[in-house]
Design a protein. Structure first.
Length: 65
């Protein structure tokens, strides 16, 4: 049960973090920065999932000691 909750936490935290990155990308494009917000968001997805997963895993190991 705990693993399922942790998995859902990774998805939820990543989802909202990627949403913030998408908003930042759109704002940068509106400010004149030559980038594609969709590509930025797509590239950020696997990175953010890995960062959140590793962070939660590290926190879990720290708490379980």
């Amino acid at each position: 049960m705990q693993q399922a909750v942790e998995g859902l936490s990774v998805v939820a935290i990543s989802y909202y973090s990627i949403g913030l990155i998408a908003y930042a990308g759109k704002a940068m494009k509106a400010a004149g920065v030559p980038l594609n917000p969709d590509l930025l968001t797509g590239a950020a997805m696997p990175v953010m999932l890995a960062v959140v997963w590793l962070g939660l895993r590290r926190m879990h190991h720290h708490v379980s000691r």
